[in-house]
Design a protein around this ligand. Structure first.
Ligand SMILES: NC(=O)c1ccc[n+]([C@@H]2O[C@H](COP(=O)([O-])OP(=O)(O)OC[C@H]3O[C@@H](n4cnc5c(N)ncnc54)[C@H](OP(=O)(O)O)[C@@H]3O)[C@@H](O)[C@H]2O)c1
Length: 305
């Protein structure tokens, strides 16, 4: 055995109780003892009781600095965010604090100790007029949430920290204790014979969370920095996604009505023709996302559905 095999890298997962955060904690707490893990989220209690956890509001700069300096991680994954797109329009100050100011604080601390910060961004930085998008497309957000996510990217770019930005879209998958994802919502609604409406005019490539966790792990393995787009293989509307889910689980598709985004009358505008081209991640990281039926199979196997 080599000495390097005995040295564990330290990883700090921020937003550990969120959907992606939980999946990251699950992955790194089962990583053959290669990582020493500290998880952090705003709630008093962790979702996973058997991992080290610190409650922290990341908009508190001093607390963020203290935790980062005390633990001295090699890697920081920031999966925390103010993710409610409609509320971001009305609770602008809080959305900015969490999605931009807190990212500045994390990056500031990461820079001091040379930690590699992996930050999650969104296709909502684009206007949705001519997607799918590559990493080189110039962003132009149409809502406040997208503006905060773009500002978070810009904050990282000028921070002097070692950083990677992973932009993703429509996350679905299994997290033990979080709000139901799109797949679970469709399955549970149709199983309960509930009529649902899904939009025909929002196109993107939904991302299986396990694929995003794999991408994070590849970023760490290959020490890659910069911007990468992470999404699924299929570009489709939410209505077509619903039908694939219904077919896979043998559910009644007649309960699903196609509607337009306009009919939903949501507070925030949505990018319609969106989606993320993942060629760079496939080429440089060996990123190989699941097909939707393969991902649904995994979700079924994990006995969540
Ligand atoms: N979900 C998607 O479809 C999607 C699509 C594109 C990009 N993304 C990006 O992917 C990342 C992960 O998304 P997700 O769906 O896993 O989000 P999520 O489930 O909403 O998790 C975010 C976590 O951050 C926590 N948090 C919020 N404010 C905080 C604060 N001040 N201090 C500490 N923790 C705080 C939240 O706690 P509370 O729940 O208690 O507020 C929650 O546990 C985000 O950056 C998001 O913008 C997500």
């Amino acid at each position: 055995m080599y000495f390097r095999d005995l040295v564990k890298n330290r990883i700090l997962i921020i937003g550990a109780n969120g959907m992606l955060g939980q999946c990251c904690v699950d992955f790194y707490s089962n990583s053959n003892n290669k990582f020493e893990l500290l998880s952090l989220s705003i709630e008093d209690q962790p979702v996973f009781n058997d991992v080290d956890y610190i409650p922290c509001d990341i908009t508190n700069r001093e607390q963020v600095k203290k935790i980062v300096y005390d633990f001295c991680p090699d890697y920081i994954v920031n999966a925390a965010a103010f993710t409610n797109v409609d509320k971001s329009e009305t609770e602008r100050e809080q959305a900015w604090k969490v999605n931009v100011k807190a990212v500045e604080y994390i990056a500031e601390a990461a820079r001091v100790i040379d930690a590699h910060l992996i930050h999650i961004s969104s296709d909502y930085i684009f206007n949705g007029k001519n997607g799918p998008y590559s990493e080189n497309t110039i962003p132009n957000p149409i809502g406040y949430y997208g503006r905060t996510k773009l500002a978070s990217e810009n904050a990282l770019k000028i921070s002097g920290a070692i950083y990677t930005i992973l932009r993703t879209n429509v996350l679905y998958g299994t997290a033990p204790d979080s709000r139901p994802d799109f797949v679970k919502w469709v399955v549970e609604s149709l199983r309960n014979k509930k009529n649902i409406r899904t939009v025909i005019d929002q196109i993107n490539n939904p991302t299986f969370i396990d694929d995003l966790v794999q991408a994070i792990s590849k970023i760490i393995e290959f020490g890659r920095t910069g911007i990468y787009h992470i999404g699924g293989r299929e570009f489709l509307s939410r209505f077509d996604f619903t039908n694939i889910i219904a077919d896979y689980f043998h559910l009644d598709k007649s309960l699903v009505t196609p509607i337009t985004t306009e009919e939903l009358n949501q507070r925030a505008k949505r990018p319609l023709k969106s989606g993320l081209i993942t060629l760079k991640a496939e080429t440089e990281l060996g990123y190989k996302p699941h097909l939707i039926p393969e991902a649904l199979e995994e979700m079924k196997r994990e006995l969540v559905l």
